[in-house]
Structures are given as C-alpha cells and as structure tokens.
Design a protein around this ligand. Structure first.
Ligand code: SGN
Ligand code: CA
Length: 539
C-alpha cells in the first residue's frame, strides 16, 4: 500500500513537473510593431533578391514566419493605419482617405492593451491629424514628416525640431525608450514607425554615394501602355516618365531644369525639392551637393540627346537609387532594435512584426505610388517573429490583412477583442493551424479625385481571381485571372470563358459587402462628404 501510494505521489509529481508550462510561456508577450511607409515587398530580400538586400528585416522571417500574400483593405497611408489600430474596415472607422482627420472616438487596440496593464509607446509616423490615444509615451512626426532635421510632436514637451536624419532619429528615440523608460515588470507594446521610404525617397548622407552608383534590373512591364484594361489604369497619374517630378523626385537641381528648359511636372515640383533639401544644414547640404551634383552633371550632358525610352529608363534608375537607398537605413535601424532585444533577453517572448502601411509600385506598369487593388499595392510585406510560438523559417500564403493585427495582438495578450472588430486573429496561423482562414479579401479605395488620380473602387480578391468595380465618374468592372495573368495585364470581365466565375464572384462580393457592413448607401455618403471638401478647396 505504502509502495503504491508512493508510486502514485511520484507519478503526480513527475506529471506536474513534466507538464507544467514553462514560466515564460504563460507570461504575456511584448509586442514590437515595426511599420515603414510605402515599403514594397519587392524591396525586401526575404521576398525578392532582385533589387536589394535587407539582412536585418529578413532575420525576422528566418527566425519566424513570412507571409507571401499579406494584403491591405485600402492601399493608402492614414486609412491603413486606422484599419490597423481599430481592426475595422475604412467605411466603419470613418478614415477613408488621407484628408479627413481620424475619429478619435474609435476604440483602438493600444487603448485596450494599456487598460489591461501594458506599457505602450509610439514613435515615428502616424499621419492622423491628431495625437494617438492609448499611449503612455509618444513622439510622432507632424503629418507626413520630413527626412532631414524633422519636427516632432512629443507627449511630454510638445513640438520640437530635431537635428539629423529621420530614420536614425526614430531608431534612437525607440532604443532610448527601450533602454531607459521601459518598466521591467509590465509587458509592452511598442510601435516603431518609419517615414522612409516615402516620397521623395531621401537617403541618409552615408548612403548617397553607394546607391548613386548602382544599376537595377527593369521590371518587364516598365513600358506598359495599359491596353487590355479600363479607364482607371489609363487615367491614373503615376507614370515614372510623365508624372514624376524632375526636381522633387528625380533630384535635378532646379537651376539645371531651367538651363535645360525642362518644365515642372507639377506646380509644386521645384517647391517640393526646396522644401525637402532646404531643411538640410550646411554640413548635410555639402554632402548632398557633392553626391547629387555629380549625378546632375552627368544628366546635363546626356539629356539633350535622350529619347523618351531612355528618359524612362534613367528615371527608373534614379527612383530606385533613392528609394532603395532610403531603405538601407530602415534595415540598419531594425537590426539595432533586434540586437537590443537579443542582448536583453527579450527575444523569446516578444512578438516582432515588420510590415508596411501598403505595397508600392517600383516601376511595374510604369508606375510609382500605390492605391490600386492590383498586386504591388494591394499586397504588403509581413514578417513576424515570436520564438515561443512560431516555428522558425515558416512561410504562409493565406490572405492575411492589416485588418487582422488588432485581434491578433489582443488574443496574444489574453484579451477578448471587442465583438465589432472585423479581422481574424493570426494566432492559429502562428501555431501552424491555419485551416479555417478567410478565402477572400474585401478591398475599398476612396481617395478620388486627388493626387495620382486613382479612381474609386472596391472589389474581392480570392486566391485565383480579382473582381473590381471602378465607380464615381465611371462604372466599369474588371476581372483578372491571377493564376494565368500574374502581371494583371488583361481584364477578362467580358470574356465568355469566365462567365461562370464572374457570376460566382459577383455573388461572393455582394455577400462580403453585407458581411463587412459596406453598402451603396455608405459609398454615396462618403462621396457627398468628399465633394464638400472638394468644393471648399480643401483637396
Ligand atoms: C503626397 C505624395 C504622394 C502620395 C501622397 C500620399 N506627394 O501627396 O505621392 O501619394 O502623399 O502618401 S509628395 O510629392 O508630396 O511627396 S501617403 O503615404 O501619405 O498615403
Ligand atoms: Ca504609405
């Protein structure tokens, strides 16, 4: 009897020690949410090695998970951020475009985390027109923010001017908070939000020369003439040759434009150049003039004999040099933050996310900018590391969306998300159980007429197809076969072969509009609100 009870006690004891969860596995995880602005997945080497190397960003996927079909619900800056923070589509959170201020009566997930004992901080670009709620500490760039010597709005001291390069400054502020202001006994949520690589794509001084020397492979659709698609693609103003600014974007000195007789692409072409470069101090300007002066000299010699094709090719190289040059500092900053986590034993139980507010065109279809439901702008990079939960080196092709972050983070923190959030938690995917995930994504873009002139549209995207409705000053439907037309060159909406698919997709789209509570009534309401701003000259 004694032996038996001894055995029983031993078994229970062994069981207890064997199955007791490790202490750190039950502790609520920290969250480091890293987001850059307009960072195309084509410019992250974990996705694509053609253009550049991003060894530090890649580390997140190597030690975690890479999402190959992550996408947004509305491909533009502030609306994407509002979707992320509220877990609701634009038509419900109200932030449909970059113009209307964010409605701060929305409940955001950082507010909920803070209420539940998380220490919260946000550093970098928000672009809401008002300050974030739910943060113990924030330092944010006003509006779009500047690359050089930017102003910053701080929670503690109001607005001040900083000296230096924006990406490095945001990294330093973030590291300083991690080192000196983090409360060890609380889990934290940290938003580390870069302005780079947003237009006008200004690199740090240390990267000027290196990137000005590089040549990049051209995308196969650089000379797209938009045949086979509708008015929306034809009328968009995102073409590298015809819509980019010579001074502001391509960095041709305004005096050189005058000498060569090059007209401004937009009334704000030279003005933009003077705003951005004009913020540099004498020391920074000297490095700039040296590097970009040489590029200007070469351009001056070449320009008079250049064909239109050569101009396009030249503009593409110029664009990539600056765009990818500005990503170099983002990658370095990410490396520093990852190193800090490692050195301070914060790696195992911290969720690190790297994403962008949307994708971006790097010359595909001859374009820059974003906004369209087409892949380069609809898809966005997403890499996540959480060693306690995610198996290193995982790849996943589900259509996860920026809509899903709020519920994911709340679930990770053991908090039940509000029932009106519209995303899906990614935790099952992190755990390798992704059987029941959305098979169709809903998309709705509103900001028109506006810069780049991308028409209003909504649509549904499945693994195989994309059905889109462009409306407002057109009424056109487009259908793309994602498997057989990877570059989305041919609208097959009126091809009888697709009649059945088309009917099914129409039905599915109507069902999604109902599921997410979007409607023609809301479309009209947002048009009326927008038209009022237009009339008032505020757009
Ligand atoms: C600015 C840019 C546009 C860009 C919008 C929105 N022009 O207007 O190219 O699409 O911001 O960008 S610029 O010449 O002023 O840079 S977003 O990322 O904020 O949505
Ligand atoms: Ca953006």
């Amino acid at each position: 009897k004694i032996i038996l009870s001894f055995l029983a006690i031993s078994l229970v004891a062994v069981g207890f020690f064997a199955f007791k969860p490790k202490h750190h596995a039950t502790k609520r995880p920290n969250i480091v949410f890293i987001m850059s602005d307009d960072h195309a997945y084509q410019a992250i080497s974990a996705y694509d090695t053609r253009l550049t190397q991003t060894p530090n960003i890649d580390r997140i996927a190597k030690e975690g998970i890479l999402f190959t079909n992550a996408c947004v619900t509305n491909s533009i800056c502030a609306p994407s951020r509002a979707v992320i923070l509220t877990g609701k589509h634009s038509h419900l959170n109200g932030k449909i475009d970059n113009y209307f201020p964010f409605d701060t009566t929305n409940i955001t997930f950082p507010q909920i985390l803070q209420k539940n004992g998380y220490q919260t901080a946000m550093f970098g670009k928000l672009h809401f027109g008002n300050n974030p709620k739910g943060f113990d500490e924030f330092q944010i760039l006003p509006d779009q923010g500047d690359y050089y010597n930017p102003d910053i709005i701080t929670k503690k001291e109001g607005k001040k001017k900083l000296t230096g390069y924006v990406t490095d400054l945001i990294t330093d502020i973030t590291l300083n908070w991690l080192k000196n202001e983090r409360e060890e006994e609380k889990p934290f949520f940290l938003a580390y939000l870069h302005k780079a690589p947003h237009r006008e794509w200004l690199p740090a001084e240390r990267h000027f020369k290196e990137y000005l020397k590089k040549t990049f492979p051209e995308p196969s659709t650089l000379f797209d003439n938009y045949e086979g698609r509708g008015r929306a693609s034809k009328e968009a103003e995102m073409n590298l040759l015809t819509h980019m600014n010579w001074a502001g974007d391509s960095k041709i000195f305004p005096e050189n434009m005058d000498k060569l007789g090059i007209k401004e692409s937009h009334p704000y072409d030279k003005r933009n150049y003077n705003y951005t470069v004009g913020r540099m101090n004498a020391e920074q300007r000297k490095v700039w003039d040296e590097a970009y002066g040489k590029m200007n000299e070469e351009f001056m010699a070449k320009f008079p004999t250049m064909t239109e094709k050569e101009k396009m090719q030249w503009r593409y190289q110029r664009y990539m040099q600056d765009y990818l040059g500005s990503i170099a500092s983002v990658d370095e900053g990410v490396g520093k933050v990852l190193d800090f986590l490692k050195k301070n034993n914060l790696e195992e139980n911290t969720i690190v996310v790297y994403t962008s507010d949307q994708g971006f065109y790097l010359g595909e279809h001859g374009w820059f900018d974003k906004r369209f439901i087409f892949d380069e702008s609809f898809k966005t990079p997403l890499l996540v590391r959480w060693p306690n939960v995610i198996k290193a080196g995982t790849k996943n092709s589900k259509m996860v969306q920026n809509l899903d972050f709020a519920q994911t983070f709340l679930e990770a923190a053991g908090i039940k998300p509000p029932s009106d959030m519209q995303g899906e938690s990614l935790i099952p995917i992190f755990k390798g159980q992704d059987n029941h995930f959305r098979d169709a994504a809903y998309y709705h873009y509103y900001e028109y007429p506006s810069v780049h002139m991308v028409k209003r549209h909504y649509g549904i995207v499945t693994e195989k197809y994309k059905l889109v409705h462009f409306y407002y000053d057109v009424d056109e439907w487009e259908l793309y076969d994602r498997m057989n037309d990877k570059n989305e060159m041919k609208n097959v909406y009126n091809d009888p072969k697709y009649a059945k698919v088309k009917a099914e997709l129409h039905q599915k789209l109507a069902a999604l509009r109902i599921k997410y509570k979007d409607s023609e009534k809301l479309d009209k309401m947002y048009i009326e609100k927008y038209d009022e701003l237009l009339k008032a000259g505020k757009i």
